[in-house]
Design a protein around this ligand. Structure first.
Ligand code: CLF
Ligand code: SF4
Length: 296
């Protein structure tokens, strides 16, 4: 309760009362998921990876201060892309430090694909991050080879199953470190029919063994221009059936709104458009993406 009571994603009850804001300070990514398209920006689209601005850490602080003044229920600051928080480590770290100095009470939340997690997990906990979301779509590299085109790691580019194997290894190692440090780890799983859907109960069992707190099984949003553009989406009934099946092993999230990388407000009431112009200085040109794995 102490760790979840004011976090709208970790607690169903809290999501009616507490707001979160995402600071889009992480534009780069180190892997390529087949459901991701980071080439366009849409102000009216709400899903993970979509953002209308990229902020420098200084601009992120400015925006945080403004939003905190206007939204009293703000309890969580999340970094959820639009790329990967840990593939932009300097920006992510600096942003956390600046916001922490401005507000010692705020809860930090971070969402990542997990590739660089073992490298940064201890530093993250040292910065006071107690909530981390990792997207784990498979624990089998062969299935991973159908989901990930490339993984960039240690100066090399690995394709298909070879890349997925590295990614899975890093995710598992990173989650172990975080759990050992008392971090509440949430795992997002994108349910892709005909690709990883039958494998999801097995993932949940493995995650249980690692001490993961909750899983958030999300429907595939077939993003325009992505490899999975024409893949079937997942219906709410199919999704809930899968969640119920996995609930035997692990707590499930049922209230995710698959929100934007610059989302602000209660989960069910995005107010990000109110703050775009007001925050003033933007760190880089507007950019939207089509990734859906994080935040997440
Ligand atoms: Fe953001 Fe994600 Fe933290 Fe929540 S979102 S980084 S855990 S503060 Fe929440 Fe949005 Fe669903 Fe994410 S509703 S997409 S689960
Ligand atoms: Fe990177 Fe996220 Fe896009 Fe995957 S979905 S390629 S992790 S930004």
């Amino acid at each position: 309760m102490e760790k979840t009571g004011r976090h709208p994603c970790y607690s169903y009850e809290a999501h009616h009362r507490y707001a979160r804001m995402h600071l889009p300070v992480a534009p780069q990514c180190n892997i390529s998921c087949n459901y991701c398209n980071r080439k366009f920006d849409c102000l009216h689209e709400s899903r993970p990876g979509v953002t209308s601005e990229i902020l420098t850490p200084d601009a992120a602080l400015k925006k945080f201060v403004l939003v905190r003044k206007k939204i009293e229920s703000l309890s969580v600051v999340g970094i959820a892309g639009p790329g990967d928080a840990l593939a932009n480590w300097e920006n992510t770290r600096h942003t956390i430090q600046l916001v922490r100095q401005a507000d010692p009470e705020i809860i930090f939340c971070l969402s990542t694909n997990g590739l660089m997690l073992p490298h940064h997990a201890l530093e993250l906990t040292g910065l006071g991050v107690k909530h981390v979301t990792v997207t784990v779509n498979c624990t089998d590299p062969v299935i991973g080879g159908k989901i990930y085109r490339h993984v960039h790691y240690s100066g090399h580019k690995y394709a298909g199953a070879a890349g997925a194997e590295i990614l899975i290894r890093q995710q598992m190692a990173g989650i172990k470190i975080l759990v050992g440090q008392g971090v509440l780890v949430k795992v997002n799983i994108v349910m892709i029919k005909g690709v990883n859907d039958l494998h999801i109960p097995e993932i949940a069992k493995e995650l249980k063994g690692l001490g993961v707190f909750i899983t958030n099984i999300m429907p595939l949003i077939p993003a325009r221009g992505s490899v999975f553009e024409n893949y079937p989406g997942t219906s709410p009934a199919e999704l809930n059936k899968m969640r119920s099946m996995c609930q035997v092993d692990l707590r499930q999230m049922y209230h995710c709104k698959q929100c934007r990388a610059d989302a602000i407000g209660l989960l069910g009431n995005d107010r990000s458009s109110e703050f775009r112009v007001e925050a003033g200085e933007k760190g880089a040109s507007g950019l939207g993406t089509g990734r859906q794995a994080r935040a997440v």
